[in-house]
Design a protein around this ligand. Sequence first.
Ligand SMILES: *[C@@H]1O[C@H](CO)[C@@H](O)[C@H](O)[C@H]1NC(C)=O
Ligand SMILES: *[C@@H]1O[C@H](CO)[C@@H](O)[C@H](O)[C@H]1NC(C)=O
Ligand SMILES: *[C@@H]1O[C@H](CO)[C@@H](O)[C@H](O)[C@H]1NC(C)=O
Ligand SMILES: *[C@@H]1O[C@H](CO)[C@@H](O)[C@H](O)[C@H]1NC(C)=O
Ligand SMILES: *[C@@H]1O[C@H](CO)[C@@H](O)[C@H](O)[C@H]1NC(C)=O
Ligand SMILES: *[C@@H]1O[C@H](CO)[C@@H](O)[C@H](O)[C@H]1NC(C)=O
Ligand SMILES: *[C@@H]1O[C@H](CO)[C@@H](O)[C@H](O)[C@H]1NC(C)=O
Ligand SMILES: *[C@@H]1O[C@H](CO)[C@@H](O)[C@H](O)[C@H]1NC(C)=O
Ligand SMILES: *[C@@H]1O[C@H](CO)[C@@H](O)[C@H](O)[C@H]1NC(C)=O
Length: 246
Amino acid sequence: MTQIGAVQSWWLGVTLQLILAGVLLQGYAAAQTTAAPHKEPMRPEKGIYVVNSSNGTACLLASMGLQLNITFNSVSQNKTVRNIVNLQPNVTKSSGSCDADTASLRLSTDSEKTNLTFFFSLNTTSNKYHLSNVSLSAAWPDMKEPVSADNSSLDFLRGTLGFSYMCREQQTLTVSPDLSINTFQVQVQPFGVSGDQFGAAEECQLDEDDMLIPIIVGAALAGLVLIVLLAYLIGRKRSHAGYQTI
Ligand SMILES: *[C@@H]1O[C@H](CO)[C@@H](O)[C@H](O)[C@H]1NC(C)=O
Ligand SMILES: *[C@@H]1O[C@H](CO)[C@@H](O)[C@H](O)[C@H]1NC(C)=O
Ligand SMILES: *[C@@H]1O[C@H](CO)[C@@H](O)[C@H](O)[C@H]1NC(C)=O
Ligand SMILES: *[C@@H]1O[C@H](CO)[C@@H](O)[C@H](O)[C@H]1NC(C)=O
Ligand SMILES: *[C@@H]1O[C@H](CO)[C@@H](O)[C@H](O)[C@H]1NC(C)=O
Ligand SMILES: *[C@@H]1O[C@H](CO)[C@@H](O)[C@H](O)[C@H]1NC(C)=O
Ligand SMILES: *[C@@H]1O[C@H](CO)[C@@H](O)[C@H](O)[C@H]1NC(C)=O
Ligand SMILES: *[C@@H]1O[C@H](CO)[C@@H](O)[C@H](O)[C@H]1NC(C)=O
Ligand SMILES: *[C@@H]1O[C@H](CO)[C@@H](O)[C@H](O)[C@H]1NC(C)=O
């Protein structure tokens, strides 16, 4: 009787673990599917933009998808509207400049209806850089008057000299009440570029947080597998001993 009891409680244990594992997996899958859709609509295409120094070598590298969230006075709708507009890499030209402690990336679209400039600053004491200034001017056909926005006290895309800044997750750079820029899969290096290649990437906090969930779920599942395996080995030993006494 006691041996049978031990085997039964072992099976009960295993069953409970499997149910727990199943619930965990389902919860994770549900979290993934509910998190996905709101990122999907109108995702901008990723563009690769390069700035060359005067001697012709690349001095600023950027690879990113950009989306403008902009307020303007619409001619067609005869009112102020908030529009989401993707920057199309195939009609966007890059230019800019690289100096010792400042660098700029200027993106101009087709027939120069949009000029968007990013200024980066390097603190030569701490060897940290950041996006400090963004300036936009736009004169689209539907705009009653051209729109311009700029802000020179920003602090985004913080990185270390010699490294590139990377963020896979969507980020919002708020420039002014009338303009914010959504970035997708950013990798930039405004300083210390050598040989046309990105330096080692420093991943943003958002990405690290995102990585944490699968790591925790994975560790929990690995723990469960170990427990089930141990329970199985102990259970087998006990039932084996049980048969011998009979
Ligand atoms: C930078 O230089 C590369 C070759 O060195 C050239 O292919 C590219 O068009 C240049 N880019 C700009 C923006 O001038
Ligand atoms: C080109 O200029 C950059 C600085 O602007 C310098 O670091 C690099 O060594 C130069 N490359 C060549 C081949 O002169
Ligand atoms: C655009 O900006 C407005 C106002 O800040 C905000 O409510 C909206 O969610 C933004 N839309 C996107 C797609 O970023
Ligand atoms: C646009 O709206 C204003 C007031 O909101 C109105 O006075 C004007 O007639 C409108 N113009 C057109 C072309 O509908
Ligand atoms: C640019 O790409 C978009 C889609 O990605 C396409 O619809 C458009 O025709 C392209 N424009 C040019 C000038 O190649
Ligand atoms: C540069 O970094 C140092 C050390 O972190 C700091 O004390 C200094 O204020 C910074 N300089 C600027 C211009 O931000
Ligand atoms: C963008 O810059 C070009 C060259 O400086 C200029 O001709 C054009 O008018 C600018 N476009 C806007 C919308 O400001
Ligand atoms: C920021 O960009 C604007 C537009 O290009 C420029 O007028 C302004 O001087 C810049 N500010 C700084 C601090 O670089
Ligand atoms: C510029 O950006 C800073 C930091 O995000 C913000 O506090 C400030 O209100 C902005 N200035 C304008 C004119 O929008």
